[in-house]
Design a protein around this ligand. Sequence first.
Ligand code: PMP
Length: 405
Amino acid sequence: MTILDKFQPLQGAYDAVRAAGQDPFTVCFDAVLSPSEATLKGRRVILLGTNNYLGLTFDGECIESAVEALRQGGTGTTGSRIANGTYDDHAVLERRLAEFYGCRSAMLFSTGYQANLGILSTIAGRGDHILIDADSHASIYDGCRLGQAEVIRFRHNDPDDLARRLNRLKGAPGNRLIVVEGIYSMLGDTAPLAEIAAVKREWGAHLLVDEAHSLGVLGRNGRGLVEQAGVEADVDFIVGTFSKSLGAVGGFCVSDLPDFDVLRIACRPYMFTASLPPSVIASVTRALARIQEEPGLRARLTGNAERFYRGLRAEGFVLGPQAGPIVSIRMPSTEVAIAFWNALLEAGVYLNLALPPATPDNAPLLRSSVSAAHSEAQIGAALAAITAIGRELGVVAAPASRAEP
Ligand code: PMP
């Protein structure tokens, strides 16, 4: 008996996935050549599963800012924000984020995961209730577990179910915090935010929106679903990440609540970890400016995403409910999903294999994330490869055998 024996069922399932081909959880690129291309075992692959929505990982200005900061400020801060790890550039980025969202305050975290972990575990305490969408990201679930509040799940994207659950809490003491995401990371659908904001107002709750996948992607100015839905005044906290549209790593929370900054000395995942290095702060600061200066990036992303979604739908694939930068194809079984994913990699297309229990409805998915950096030719090549393999594996029918409408 060892302490790791309990992982035997997990190890068994993992071995079965690995036996079917390339191990999807240890894909190691030889070189990443651009936001949309890499080499893997000596062969070129199109990157269609990287969350690099605006392609900013190779943006010349972001790279130059990072290099200069690296030379000037060194490789790392070697300390927490509340000790030696706050440089002027951290404070500047927090001000820029607060200005971008029109809020009083912003706090940086070392990852998006930690932003959720820190904010959720700190702002909701013993006696409070957190109401989270059932399809919430692991970092939201983990942030809830780290804190002392009672956690209630409501049905995915169902404001009526949320209202019912708030109604059941009538008379209970404490605060209520509703947590939703702008774009959900697995199926790419958006939250019905106007309706959720109405429920929030009706029940006097607080509202937190995780815009990890929607910052720089949605809204006229790239301020996410909160901007697109016109509910900025109703949202108390926005959490986001630098690891997707901004092309780096790190996370943040912005808020207009006057006392928000007290969290700097209360929030453990902020206080007890090293702060982001100067090079990351510099590239993110530049990337935040780029998304404001260049709305064309967003337009290109939307164009690519719509073309990709429509192309797959026309072939008969079962997709998430909305066109957007995350396009997930529902697979009939885990075995087919694994075979499909391996065949695509062989054909030069990398995307994400998402398996239960990490997926909504326990459905195996092939999850792609489209980028503004994809060329028309790359989108076309990916569509062609997915279609060919989908027909071969019987996921979709070939045109001749399709039933006439
Ligand atoms: N929130 C959501 C909704 C996410 O999808 C993710 C990452 N996939 C995170 C938070 C965590 O972000 P990061 O990877 O930057 O830690």
